[in-house]
Design a protein around this ligand. Sequence first.
Ligand SMILES: Cc1ncc(COP(=O)(O)O)c(C=O)c1O
Length: 393
Amino acid sequence: MKTTPSGADASAAPEFGSKTAPARGIIARRASAFDSSGIRRAFDLAASLDNPINLSIGQPDFPMPVEASRAAISAIEAGRNGYTPTQGIAPLREKLLAQVEAELGPADRGLCITSGASGGLVLALMALLDPGDEVIIFEPAFVMYRPLIEFFGGRCVAIDTSPSFTIDVDQVAAAITPATRAILLNSPSNPTGYVVPADIVCDLARLAESHGVRLISDELYRSYCYDEPFVTPARYSDQVLVIDGFSKSHAMTGWRVGSLHGPKKLVDACATLQQYTFVCSPQVGQWAALAAMESDMGAPLEACRRKRDRLIEGLQGHYRFIKPGGAFYLYPEAPGGSGEAFAQRAVREEKLIVVPGNVFGKSDTHIRMAYTVSDATLERGIAALRRLAESAE
Ligand SMILES: Cc1ncc(COP(=O)(O)O)c(C=O)c1O
């Protein structure tokens, strides 16, 4: 029998490079199934236009806190450039855990620093899902949810919350099957800016716990709550897994520092998976994040609220929308009915970039605009949006 160097029977397998080897694509089916994100396409489009009005970018327009910049520079100069423990540097973990305990009371929760909130989502879904498991999401939803769930062999069960964006807990209960593994909640929401009211948050947490289903709470925008204080479902159930991070709260999207916290066994599993994937969140970013926790973010958050109010006032009577209570997005219905058609017309006629709603789910009825731009750009945007709405009538 012909054997390979490791002793395995090689007769069944064609030799590497042999003409009889079955043809394979350049990339795996998994990778070719995913389209480049519509938001990424908007980024590329913005780069190709001269002086566009770009309302497509979901990141703060204020600088990261000066304390954080200084801490990053000091960390580099002190040679803190290597790996950190997978779970993150101790001072940051301790400070975050103290913050969580101050909010939720002392409990046996684990906490792991992740490579941005995206890293936390990847680890959480990787730790939770076996092929065929179902995850309930609420559409319109953050672009990563469906691809990540499917990436790990899961099945996405999408509940359409349009046009009010409210969550019907009975509908969620009816969607739970023996295959349901998790419910993925994001409040305040990207893309709608909708904040789920406290009573629904509480009902969802209790529903998930009573069915033995994991509630994953993506709280990346929790600091952007304009009208009511933020309420986490972890307040009502110690089984909730929370995803958080510094990207939006402290304008640190490029530093890749997030965290997840929840039941210790699950967090430990996530940390083990991080060891074999991301290894750790970048060390310099972690020191910057630690310093950022000392910063007063009141002024930039207030500026954001002012921009929300100005955009709402500027578009009132021209667009139909639900007033967003949080995050930094407005999600109006697209004049003319199609988000995709409107987004294309906006670029053509006004050099205005917005994201069509079909990026966030099956329906193409809305557009997303991020109002984290300068006051001058916001005013240009409002004027352009009014003209576009008028010419659609
Ligand atoms: C709802 C939501 N979750 C997670 C992320 C990922 O954030 P990060 O940049 O921290 O990976 C984003 C980014 O836009 C988001 O909007």
